[in-house]
Design a protein around this ligand. Structure first.
Ligand code: 2P0
Length: 349
């Protein structure tokens, strides 16, 4: 191999927003969750990570930059992704001696987000999904999205769902080695082409408490948590999959709102309590309730992740009634400069 030869591959990965939330780990090293979860993938035009992975005999160390800044890659999560992908490449190289020995070369990963990082907009999900897929493409691995989901999960749990478009589930699995804790497609976006999402940016600041820290505090101290993980979520996973299969918006939106509220209730029940929602978030909840009351049926459903920003789902036929109302009150998209009170519409992809 020529000393200056650089091998390179690029990919995009989308943000996903859970409607049945992941919150709690039973194994912190392998990122094995205490309950299954389900998400909707947002359009890459609106929120996504673009990542280029390259390797070359000229590189002297592995590196990762995000939005132009060097990232610490010494953590166990990034190392696990690099290690597993390299091992898969080694297996491929072992079977074909004509292939270049890429697994022995240092990796350079360059990522860009087109939205605020770590503000509760699932940036780690898109980030690790893009990192894993870019390296898998670079190594030309014969891996399915589900295979890659088991690697991305070790980077960040929610990342496993960002390897799929449309509606993605993450089954918690039972095995101790994580071999069955993987993502799967519930339905492609084309199954429900009228689904829309509106993101209400209550704050684009970095969140106070990381998801990893917050969820472990909840597991350790919340009395409501066991009920959620063992009873509430298993039933809801089934009901949500059915709502999606049947394109039953009222059921989809009602379950989304209930699960968001149940998750935030366990946050409040954590010692010390965790507050991800703020006054703006609560105003968005009331506005959704008012829109649904005025319509006489459920035309929108909100969900909040580990941050104050709302994602409101609705159908295209209710665009004016839902997104129109939010935009009239909050103003339209003007970019991601970190201003409060923006409404950003997104398609499902
Ligand atoms: C989710 N969240 O299902 C839930 C809902 C936040 C609230 O997944 O520790 O960043 O990296 O596995 O994936 C955020 O947790 O946590 C998250 P780690 P992650 O989308």
């Amino acid at each position: 191999m020529a000393a200056d030869q650089v091998h390179r591959a690029s990919t995009f990965a989308p943000v996903n927003i859970a409607v049945i939330k992941y919150w709690g780990k039973r194994d912190t090293k392998l990122n094995l969750p205490t309950n299954s979860s389900l998400s909707v993938t947002l359009s890459q035009d609106d929120l996504r990570t673009h990542t280029t992975a390259s390797c070359s005999p000229d590189f002297t160390q592995d590196s990762l930059t995000l939005n132009g800044k060097d990232q610490d890659i010494s953590g166990a999560r990034t190392q696990a992704c690099f290690r597993e992908l390299r091992q898969l490449r080694k297996d491929v190289e072992a079977g074909d001696s004509s292939l270049p020995k890429l697994a022995d070369l240092k990796l350079k990963v360059v990522s860009e987000n087109n939205f605020p990082t770590a503000a509760g907009l699932a940036s780690s999900a898109a980030g690790f999904a893009a990192l894993v897929r870019a390296i898998a493409n670079l190594y030309q691995l014969p891996a399915t999205p589900t295979d890659l989901s088991k690697i991305a999960r070790q980077g960040s749990g929610s990342a496993c769902r960002s390897l799929f478009g449309g509606y993605a589930g993450w089954q918690k699995g039972e095995e101790e080695d994580g071999s069955d804790s993987l993502a799967y497609e519930v339905a492609p976006a084309s199954h429900w082409p009228d689904m829309r999402a509106c993101i209400l940016v209550a704050s684009a600041d970095k969140k106070d408490i990381s998801s990893t820290t917050g969820m472990q505090a909840t597991v350790a101290t919340s009395a409501l948590f066991q009920e959620r993980a063992n009873i509430v979520v298993p039933k809801r996973m089934k009901a949500m999959e059915k709502a999606i299969q049947n394109r039953d918006f009222e059921a989809f939106a009602t379950l989304s709102m209930k699960d968001s509220n149940n998750f935030h209730a366990t946050c409040l029940d954590t010692d010390p309590p965790i507050f991800y929602m703020n006054d703006t978030s609560r105003a968005a909840v009331r506005l959704c309730e008012a829109i649904n009351d005025a319509a006489g049926k459920i035309v929108c459903g909100y969900t909040f992740d580990a941050g104050p920003n709302a994602v409101v789902y609705y159908l295209a036929e209710d665009e004016e009634r839902v997104a129109g109302t939010f935009k009239a009150i909050l103003g339209d998209k003007t970019g991601w400069e970190g201003k409060k009170g923006q409404a950003v519409k997104s398609d499902v992809q």
